[in-house]
Write a protein that binds this ligand. Structure first.
Ligand SMILES: Nc1ncnc2c1ncn2[C@@H]1O[C@H](COP(=O)(O)OP(=O)(O)OP(=O)(O)O)[C@@H](O)[C@H]1O
Ligand SMILES: CC(=O)N[C@H]1[C@@H]2OC[C@@H](O2)[C@@H](O)[C@@H]1O[C@H](C)C(=O)O
Length: 371
């Protein structure tokens, strides 16, 4: 609508992401006009309790109508609690929790109803970011690349660079920052690399009860089992030309096979698998990059980071090296994307999701009192 504040200049947008690691919800504010990121605002994190995590985990792989109400309620409650702590937001970008992702098949499913959140928060909420892209034949993921492009401009990059997200799943965005916008021909190439932390977390949880391989300490004590790594790398996913995306549990057989190993060797092999998937992914870059900026929880894992630095021919640094916050970058991305959706700007294109035309994915729900 013409009277909406985002039609008249930059607004403070609040974004929230509940990632595939199932650890909790990140939320962050950015001041943006949907093109540039002008300022970063406050951020916060709300972990899921073990009971909430169990509900989400039990719902993985399920679709609407398949008993996902409890999971949706966990997502909505956690977001309502977290987002209510912020002041001054004019619009909210709510990603929800991906429970299943099958572009080209049943679609993509993010639990959580943005309409409910709009009523609770009294703010317009943009949500369901992925469906439109999938409906138009795209992968529906990754969606952070348009935000990565804005960040590349913000940090003043002049040569090709890449962002790597090491979340539950890994994803890479190659960027030519000299292009005028993210949808320009040759500006971006983005895709999921393969599993990153999710299989490692699942192993560590099963063996030790802990959430993750903190500091890569378990993997550092193990030896990589080359035959298993080679088997992993022969997966047809690595031969696919990007754009391409993955479900969290697409490589379940890798985890099964790793379970036969001692804990340290299994962790070492799964960590090496995450690294190798990125190295394979980098082979798809249109041109070499000047640096690789790493975001997501995996940048805290020194075994993963050292593996990448050893095997890639460019500097590998956490995004903090350029003054960004790698724990909040995806939450910020959905704040930025919310403004783009509200303004009718695209959030994905052929080179980020494979969609045939530029798409502004997402629907906007306004608080009932405002309708
Ligand atoms: N100190 C640490 N040492 C080792 N690994 C860590 C550390 N901190 C975080 N991680 C890993 O990072 C994961 C969290 O990453 P992140 O929050 O980026 O994932 P996500 O947003 O849920 O995933 P996705 O981007 O796939 O949606 C943890 O589950 C853990 O595996
Ligand atoms: C379907 C889905 O939720 N995919 C996530 C997941 O987590 C990482 C990777 O796989 C990426 O494709 C995406 O998230 C980020 C935020 C994205 O869309 O850019």
């Amino acid at each position: 609508m013409r009277g909406d504040p985002w039609m008249n200049g930059p607004v403070w947008a609040l974004g929230a992401m509940s990632g595939t690691s199932l650890d909790g919800v990140d939320a962050a504010m950015v001041l943006t006009d949907g093109h540039q990121v002008l300022e970063f605002g406050p951020h916060a994190y709300r972990p899921y309790s073990p009971a909430e995590q169990a509900v989400l985990r039990a719902a993985l792989g399920r679709w609407p109508g398949e008993g996902v109400e409890a999971a949706a309620e966990v997502v909505e409650t956690a977001h309502a609690e977290l987002l209510a702590r912020f002041e001054g937001a004019q619009i909210v970008g709510f990603h929800g929790q991906t429970l299943a992702h099958e572009p080209g098949g049943r679609g993509t499913h993010q639990a959580g109803n943005g309409g409910l959140l709009a009523d609770v928060l009294g703010l317009p909420v943009v949500w369901d970011f992925r469906t439109a892209d999938v409906t138009l034949g795209g992968q529906g993921a990754p969606l952070a690349p348009f935000y990565h492009f804005a960040l590349a401009k913000k940090i003043g990059a002049t040569r090709p660079l890449a962002f790597l997200n090491l979340g539950g799943v890994g994803n890479l965005t190659w960027i030519d920052p000299t292009q005028p916008g993210p949808e320009a021909e040759g500006a971006l190439l983005a895709f999921d690399t393969g599993p990153a932390n999710a299989p490692l977390n699942d192993l560590i949880r099963a063996r030790t009860g802990r959430d993750c391989d903190e500091g890569g300490e378990v993997a550092a004590k193990g030896r990589v089992k080359k035959p298993l790594l080679d088997r992993f790398l022969s997966h047809p996913y690595f031969l696919k030309i990007p754009p391409k995306s993955l479900d969290r549990d697409a490589f379940a057989e890798l985890v099964q096979a790793a379970k036969k190993l001692d804990t340290a060797s299994a962790a070492a092999t799964l960590t090496a698998a995450a690294v190798s998937a990125v190295v394979k992914g980098a082979e798809h870059f249109p041109r070499p990059v000047s640096r690789l900026l790493v975001t997501g929880g995996g940048r805290h894992n020194p075994v993963m980071m050292k593996g990448l630095a050893r095997r890639l021919s460019c500097p590998v640094e956490p995004v903090e090296a350029v003054g960004l916050n790698g724990d909040m970058l995806e939450a910020q991305a959905f704040a930025f994307l919310a403004v783009r959706v509200a303004k009718g700007l695209p959030t994905s294109c052929r080179t980020t999701t494979g969609v045939a035309a530029n798409v502004g994915g997402g629907q906007i729900s306004r608080p009932s009192a405002l309708v």
